[in-house]
Design a protein around this ligand. Structure first.
Ligand code: FMN
Length: 214
């Protein structure tokens, strides 16, 4: 089994989401011995924003310049890496009500017609189904417990839509929210996330996914 571990937090050693992705990957490996792990640190090496040079995968036009060739190669490497993974563990902190722009830049590279989705006469069809995505979601405030909060966050809701669009229905969340609301709230959030790590990485959770898909 191939696991792709992605971090996107810009907060270095203080990062809560990095702590949670590391714990999640370790727990997954313990429950699924032999899992191979590929690592992508988007805070260190984020793809550039889409530009006229990097739109080749959308227009289908052959690269005419060195810059276009380089951009195409990067998009191809990222989408291939994503497609090769059975499980993707993503650290996705809430920054300004959404995901870090580094993570958005990665999504823009893997959202490719003919690779992760296609359009048909019946509408869009995801091409990357059968994968498991585990999102380590961290938030300074609390958003999950009220309709107002849920409407304000464009992080978990956005990721669910994007991966759903790619055909991935098994999107699990390990959430620590309220980490900016004092030490007690942070400790409770981490304890709750720890419980979610245990349930989302267990073999039982995986079996449930497999029988659901069958
Ligand atoms: C640039 C920035 C923007 C943030 N924006 C929000 C926000 O919109 N809502 C919120 O509840 N917390 C916000 N926070 C707090 C983070 O969600 C919280 O600190 C979380 O732990 C971040 O994950 P990390 O520790 O992995 O970086 C923000 C933090 C940073 C650094």
């Amino acid at each position: 089994m191939q696991l792709l571990h992605i971090d996107s937090a810009i907060t270095g050693e203080q990062s809560v989401s990095r702590q949670l992705t590391a714990r999640t990957v370790a727990a997954w490996q313990a429950a699924h011995p032999g899992t191979r792990v590929d690592y992508l640190d988007l805070a260190v090496q984020a793809p550039s924003h889409l530009s006229v040079e990097s739109l080749g995968f959308r227009t289908g036009q052959a690269a005419a310049t060195e810059a276009e060739r380089n951009e195409n190669a990067l998009s191809e490497a990222l989408v291939s890496q994503f497609l090769a993974a059975d499980v993707i563990v993503i650290g996705a902190p809430l920054y300004n009500f959404s995901v870090p722009s580094q993570l958005k830049a990665w999504i823009d590279r893997v959202a490719q017609t003919g690779r992760t989705f296609k359009y048909t006469d019946k509408g869009p069809v995801g091409l990357a189904g059968g994968k498991t995505v585990i999102v380590a979601s961290t938030r300074g405030g609390v958003y999950s417990t009220s309709e107002g909060g849920q409407a304000m966050e464009h992080q978990e809701s956005y990721l669910k839509v994007v991966f759903g669009f790619f055909g991935i229905t098994d999107v699990r969340f390990v959430r620590a929210e309220g980490v900016g609301m004092g030490p007690d709230a942070k400790a409770a959030a981490l304890a709750s996330a720890e419980r979610e790590i245990a349930t989302s990485t267990s073999e039982a959770a995986n079996q449930a996914r497999v029988s659901q898909a069958a």
